[in-house]
Design a binder for this molecule. Sequence first.
Ligand code: ADP
Ligand code: MG
Length: 435
Amino acid sequence: MRNDAELLWKEVMIRVEERLNDARAYEIWIKPVKIKGINGKRVQIEIPGMTFEKGFTPYIDIIKEEFYRTAGWQPEIEISYTGTEKEKTFIHPSTEYELPLNPEYTFDNFVVGPKNQLAHASAQAVAQSPGIAYNPLFLYGGFGLGKTHLMQAIVHFVKKRDDQKILYLPADVYLNEFIQSIKNKTAHLFRQKFRKLDFLLIDDIHFIAGKEGTQEEFFHTFNFLYDQRKQIILSSDRPPKEISFLEKRLVSRFEWGLLVEILPPDFETRVAILKKKCEIKKISLSDDIIYYIADNVKDNVRILEGVLNRIFALSTLLNKDINQKVVDEIIDGEYYKKRIIITLDNIMSAVCEYFKIKEDDIIKETRIKNILIPRQIAMFLGRELTGSSLHSIAIKFGGKDHTTVLYAYKKIRDLYQKDQYIKGVIDEIKNCLER
Ligand code: ADP
Ligand code: MG
């Protein structure tokens, strides 16, 4: 029974993860939840505590829905806390809640290949001798290439070795905590908390770009820690210079230490990663299938993992035979999910939000200058980021026909190269869309 419950729960979790499409929210609020058992229609789960419950509650409905889809019946969810010290958990102020790290993101589980070798070596170097050689260490590269994995590996390594104070935070959590601390008039505590550290790791630092107060606060924390030779480690999807709306003084500080790029893994590394993940997840797959996946999923390790998760679900839950055809469908599915994230509707709202204009303004055939540029940007992004036809882009954004879209596309593409402002605007909107 217990095993059945666990398998069922795993499948539900895979669906919830897909549905959320937000790796971080999943990591923070869903992953720590454990299934205890199923009793009739009552699904008994265990969560870390009351503080956690506040963040977790909004996801309960999604879990129930996906449960229903998987199992075919409506569950009742019964929540209890891990351990017995309920009160203790309760008094913890939310800012002190330590984010759960992924226990699998260790150096041991990180597969090294030519494209991530330097990143791996420098992460190990700072973990071993912090504050001296490379400060700050700035890791950058595309989505799903292992930046978060490496950062958390540093934390695991340091925590195991000695009792240095180390803190890992995604930049959006840093931002939220900072805002909270201002609201609660505890900004001084917020500041102290960071200045006590021996290691500070902020993931996806580009997130604070454009947020004046947070950049200011971080600037001072950075200087303080740096002067004390404490190790700072940052990650982003691009090098500091290319982060739009990041203050100049931060850009220059981020470049003081070592900048390292992570690139998509080559074929051999992809095979090795797949084998490693199979080992961790206890899935056995033939070499043929592994090579086949590695051949067809090239640019993103997260998709490689998504494919494995689905294979795992299909083979263990439904006893399906895993052949090339099944794998093809799964791969298509994983890529499709990624593609449909951005739609013309998303672009419309992102552009309108950015320029503070109404959708109607874009659709109407006005030639007022302050509408013209946003409209052309919307068309450019429509062509760049979605698979939509020129015709449907024209209809959506009030163009006459496909030539309007082509003209807009070329014009904005040119401006993107030449005009810093336009480049900044587009990068920012794209950032919003890709989050
Ligand atoms: P990023 O932060 O760059 O977007 P992540 O660190 O979240 O990427 O990595 C996405 C997934 O791919 C994680 O599950 C991670 O374990 C895995 N991964 C990426 N690179 C490697 C690697 N070299 N070896 C093993 N797993 C990897
Ligand atoms: Mg990451």
